[in-house]
Design a binder for this molecule. Sequence first.
Ligand SMILES: [Zn+2]
Length: 314
Amino acid sequence: MTDRIVSGSVWLTIVFSILSRLSIMSSVVIDFHTHIFPPWLRERRDEYIKCDPCFSLLYSRPEARMATAEELLASMDEAGIDVSVALNVGWVSHELCVRTNDYILDSVSRYPARLVGFCAVQPKAGDAAIAELERCAEAGAEGIGELRSDAQGFDLTDESTMKPLIDAALKHNLIFLTHSTEPVGHEYSGKGSITPDILYSFITGFPDLKLVCAHWGGGLPFYALMPEVDKALANVFFDTAATVFLYQPQIFTQVSSIIGSDKILFGTDYPLMHQNRVIAQIRSSGLCEEDRVKILGANARKLLRLDERSRNVA
Ligand SMILES: [Zn+2]
């Protein structure tokens, strides 16, 4: 599989550099927050709901959709999305992290020009979690996520658990992506408890880590009006996943005015919703053309180093 990944990543780099030179990538669209699952898992969904509490939290409701890589690609084509970040979820079971990571890594190797992979770890697995992070990095993953410290049962701010993992992530240039929770507002399935205060402690504890806080960081960007918070967010980005369910469209212009549009990454949470809904929301949000281009893909392209990167593969 490694040869396929190497040739795939080289191809992705070549495609992006040619398109960049032709200046037709100015409006590249990158969805930073999607989830895919292997067909074998979806077929035995009920069984895994019984054995993994995080999976149960997210997928007990029959209307919570699950998609394969091929279904994601078909939906991307309909919505005009060039590249998606395919995330795993925060499995409680280390073994299920590994088995589903295999599917993410295989999907990326099959569609290297369309998918970027983020894998799951269970930090409580200790050395096994670090070994899994390293295996994923060597097989072409670009990040770890979507972490769910609340459901996975670990403490993001506990240095003894997190430091060895973060050190390994920094060594392999991996990005972390964590679920985030609004401390106020309506309840919804999977809302959780990873609120801005917890995220802020994690961020200040590991300032060098490139971190994406999903779902607008549960409102953390609003605290960037405090100068020390703004400073602490130097390596932090915020995705827009599930905005349709959470905020009015003016969040795009409001947060851009506080932390800058460079820090916002378009993300949908597909297949929770079709990508078209979030794109339509962005187009009607009143953002200027420059900010819209950045949020829809230019920021992600830079963060993922899609132009110049040659992936760290063995
Ligand atoms: Zn989430």
